[in-house]
Design a protein around this ligand. Structure first.
Ligand code: AMP
Ligand code: ZN
Ligand code: FE
Ligand code: FE
Length: 280
């Protein structure tokens, strides 16, 4: 049993289309994947459609919502969401609109410090999906201003960078509630670097959070052990994935590159069954 429960597509800042992700996952012999685009569920219908040609592969509808913390961010994953839910779609659309405005303003701020990027090029790179800072970073790499996507964040567009602009974000609790209301299971993504993690986890658990992303690419065995213990203590399900974006190697890891325990993968399949998803 192999799974990757954290994948980005062209519906947000991933390089591969939903169809390409499904084909690639199938070629790699994965049994379960989750499509988890930033603030968008638009990659899900094409992924489910493409999955009809690969009956051994289970595709779980998901989403990833970036929320603000006093210092840093918390990313909330939602699995098994009803991606037709009107309230969910309305809220995600608002978040995407705010990203559009923020992106334009960041381009202007970059121009002020001598970095000339075409907004049109950023829109082209975003291919109609959720606009993210990685699209701006790609345009900067193309123009030779920097040599890696990480460098864009470290020098210019990270939260403390000179070209950073705020955008509308949900609070972590609002994101948990939005996912629950859309019939989904909220999980805390890549939790290791969150400050006061245990207090935060306890608060989100109280609000209905279902799990923690314990098995994340680049997490050391000791980090994974610490997160396993935390998940157990608060009766949370573990999940895991690569956070594949298909961009350069400073964002996420390769699709299928995180080893999830087989019983965890089976737990996800039985969750899907209980939620009456179509299982091959
Ligand atoms: P945004 O969605 O516009 O807030 O951009 C955040 C996304 O950019 C994250 O989900 C990551 O995929 C990526 N990202 C954030 N920080 C970094 C970083 N330091 N280096 C490279 N990519 C990053
Ligand atoms: Zn991303
Ligand atoms: Fe994330
Ligand atoms: Fe992600």
């Amino acid at each position: 049993m192999k799974a990757d429960l954290h994948l980005h597509t062209t519906a947000s800042d991933g390089r591969l289309s939903p169809q390409e992700i499904v084909r690639k996952a199938s070629q790699l012999g994965l049994d379960v994947i989750a499509i988890t685009d930033h603030d968008s569920v638009e990659g899900i219908p094409p992924a489910l459609e493409a999955a009809k040609s690969f009956p051994q592969l289970l595709v779980i509808p998901g989403v990833e919502i970036n929320t603000d913390m006093p210092r840093g961010e918390a990313h909330i994953l939602g699995y098994f969401i009803d991606y037709h839910d009107p309230e969910l779609n309305h809220s995600l659309k608002e978040l995407r609109n705010s990203r559009y405005e923020r992106g334009r303003k960041m381009i202007a701020k970059l121009a002020d410090i001598g970095i000339e990027i075409d907004w049109e090029r950023v829109l082209e790179l975003a291919t109609g999906g959720t606009i993210g800072r990685p699209h701006i970073a790609q345009a900067m790499v193309e123009r030779g201003y920097i040599s890696s996507l990480h460098e864009a964040f470290a020098k210019y567009i990270g939260r403390n960078g000179p070209a950073y602009i705020e955008r509308k974000k949900l609070t972590p609790l609002d994101a948990v509630e939005l996912i629950l209301n859309a019939g989904g299971l909220p999980f805390l993504a890549h939790p290791a670097d969150i400050e006061y993690l245990e207090a935060f986890v306890s608060q989100l658990k109280e609000a209905g959070m279902a799990g923690l992303e314990v098995y994340y690419a680049k997490y050391s065995p000791s980090k994974i052990g610490r997160l396993q213990a935390l998940a157990k203590k608060y009766d949370l399900i573990a999940s895991g994935g690569s956070d594949y974006h298909g961009l350069d190697n400073t964002i996420g890891a390769n699709i299928g590159s995180v080893d999830l325990p087989p019983n965890l993968v089976e737990q996800f399949i039985s969750l899907a069954e209980r939620r009456r998803m179509v299982i091959p």
